[in-house]
Design a protein around this ligand. Structure first.
Ligand code: KG4
Ligand code: ZN
Length: 340
């Protein structure tokens, strides 16, 4: 079965065709970095408008790339949450419209669950596994009992880890998205020169907090009580050390909790998902794990529609090949299918 996947939860418009949940036949991704870069983050209305403008041309382009016609598509899968409400509405409306016009079933997919599925597309997995989502919108530790059944272990109480990278990048005068820029700059820095501490959430050992770390970086760079755009009190030559210190604190926290959770929750492997998995320091730190660690394949770390189509296929079969209803709504905050 060939599944057409649609992703429009945030600032990437993406379309993919995936066969039997695993094989990518074609995919196209239109990044909106050019639209949002001057704001140092995603501007929701502009994201929504761009999705509207390019979604249908992208669908046509993907079908053409795959050398397929609408009749070859057996299912449409769309990310219907979590994400920006207007952006979600664009993808979901397009999916419903096509499902109606083509007489084809459609399913709504959880974007965060799809990030975890990305690594499973071309690698063998063993459950229970520890799922670690580290993206621009989410930081999550879950025990995956099987595909579709999750037990939440920890999440962030404020910023997502990728978001913290993006915000610290703004303080350092680096362009959006900040994650890759900080990683590059940190290569030239000494992480021990500014030994920032990671956040601690009182009484909740598995949860994350990045706002204190972010404020610490701000004060170190710009002095107490300054705002993010104020000039730095430190010379530019200190910036690589700041970047390295921040990266070490943020990723060190993720890795420390990940390794401890594997033991505490009896997991047989670690499955990572989300844009921050592109970070090489994260990969290096995870080499200490005593169980296998799998990362998303190249091209499937950041937001993409192949993971949506792949997971959509699995969901459709789990639901007895039933289409979702046209009443399906976009859900900006949609939890995983948790067992408690
Ligand atoms: O998964 P994704 O597309 O976002 C959401 O679904 O929310 O990931 C984007 C995030 C951005 O915050 C970006 O700065 C971060 O991933 N990122 C990185 C790296 N590459 C992307 N963070 C740290 N190091 C990187 N190399
Ligand atoms: Zn994402």
């Amino acid at each position: 079965m060939k599944v057409l996947g649609i992703e429009s939860t945030c600032d990437e418009t993406a379309v993919a065709i995936v066969e039997d949940g695993k094989t990518i036949v074609a995919q196209t991704i239109a990044s909106q970095i050019d639209v949002h870069t001057r704001y140092g983050g995603v501007y929701p209305e502009l994201a929504c408008r761009r999705h509207f403008d390019i979604l249908f041309p992208l669908i046509e382009q993907t079908l053409k790339k795959a050398n397929l016609k609408k009749d070859d598509i057996g299912l449409i899968a769309v990310a219907h949450g979590p994400g920006l409400i207007g952006a979600l509405l664009m993808g979901l409306s397009a999916a419903k419209g096509l499902a109606y016009a083509w007489g084809c079933p459609f399913v709504g997919v959880n974007h965060v669950e799809a990030h975890l599925y990305a690594a499973m597309m071309d690698q063998e997995v063993e459950f229970p596994a520890l799922g670690v989502v580290v993206s621009g919108g989410h930081t999550l530790l879950v025990k995956i009992h099987e595909l579709g059944t999750y037990e939440q272990i920890g999440s962030t109480v404020d910023d997502a880890v990728g978001e913290a990278f993006d915000k610290v990048a703004v303080m350092l005068g680096l362009p959006y998205p900040g994650g890759p820029e900080i990683e590059k700059l940190a290569l030239m820095g000494d992480p021990k020169k500014y030994p920032f501490k990671h956040g601690v959430v009182k009484g909740r050992p598995w949860d994350f907090s990045f706002s204190g770390l972010k404020t610490n970086v701000l004060y170190t760079l710009k002095g107490q009580n300054c705002d993010r755009k104020a000039p730095s009190v430190l010379p530019d030559s200190e910036k690589p050390h700041i970047a390295a210190g921040f990266q070490e604190a943020a990723l060190g926290d993720v890795v420390k909790k990940t390794l401890a959770a594997v033991d505490a929750f009896d997991c047989k492997m670690i499955i990572l998902g989300g844009g921050v998995t592109q970070n090489n320091r994260l990969k290096e730190l995870l080499k200490k794990a005593r169980v296998p660690v799998i990362f998303p394949p190249k091209g499937l770390s950041l937001d993409n529609a192949a993971m949506i189509a792949g997971l959509g296929y699995q969901l459709f079969h789990r639901k007895g090949q039933k289409s979702d209803s046209f009443d399906l709504e976009p859900l900006p905050r949609i939890p995983l299918n948790l067992i408690h």
